[in-house]
Design a protein around this ligand. Structure first.
Ligand SMILES: [Zn+2]
Length: 216
């Protein structure tokens, strides 16, 4: 007999450190899990409800990307996961704000129409239609679980965020998935990981700004 969570095959290995004995561990959770209790295998310390509500599928996919990068050293898979993480978060927020707009206009939310609009647009350009004034480049909250990944990559410019994300995150993903060109190096994957991580931070910031505007 299988439990509900076993139906989901995409697993996310987390890079954790016990807050009591500092022993590192990488428990695996499922993609649909946004909260879980974790017991340290060494000292038995229980960390209850490890995540808050702000842990999204995008965040978990990024963790999988990190695992592929650091532990499994499957650099192409890491790139695919990074791009998926960013795309997932873009789509989630797009849908979320469409829902809020519908609610405020006293209309029914049309999920099909929303999906259609998403498919028709370039996901990246769509989200960065309005660019944030400042890019939060510090590792910030997304890096709480472990250390940030450093790269020598420096070519993101604030004025062309959308294009840069496409070129340096989605295009490498497409090379792998469309052409089977999967000869990626650690540095290639680290760049994509860092970009996706930054993208998630920027999206979070944009989401916060929009929430503030709604409240004022
Ligand atoms: Zn421990």
């Amino acid at each position: 007999m299988s439990t509900d969570s076993e139906k989901f095959s995409l697993k996310i290995p987390l890079a954790l450190k016990c807050s009591k004995c500092k022993e590192p561990a990488s428990p695996k959770i499922h993609l649909d899990q946004t909260s879980f209790d974790w017991t340290c295998p060494k000292c038995g310390f229980v960390h209850p409800s490890l995540f808050g509500l702000d842990v999204t599928i995008g965040f978990l996919l990024l963790e999988r990307s990190r695992y592929e990068l650091i532990t499994d050293k499957d650099f192409s898979m890491s790139i695919v996961m990074s791009a998926m993480a960013f795309e997932s978060e873009l789509s989630r927020l797009f849908g979320k704000w469409k829902q809020i707009d519908a609610l405020r206009a006293d209309q029914d939310f049309d999920r099909e129409a929303c999906e259609k609009e998403l498919r028709a647009r370039s996901p990246c350009l769509n989200a960065f239609g309005r660019q944030p004034e400042t890019a939060p480049c510090s590792p910030g909250r997304c890096a709480e679980l472990s250390d940030p990944i450093s790269t020598r990559f420096q070519s993101i410019r604030l004025g062309s965020l959308a294009k840069d994300f496409q070129k340096h995150l989605f295009w490498p993903r497409n090379q792998i998935l469309h052409w089977g060109d999967a000869q990626n190096s650690y540095e290639d994957a680290a760049v994509c990981y860092s970009l996706a991580n930054m993208g998630l931070l920027i999206l979070r910031k944009m989401d916060e700004e929009r929430r503030k505007q709604l409240e004022s």
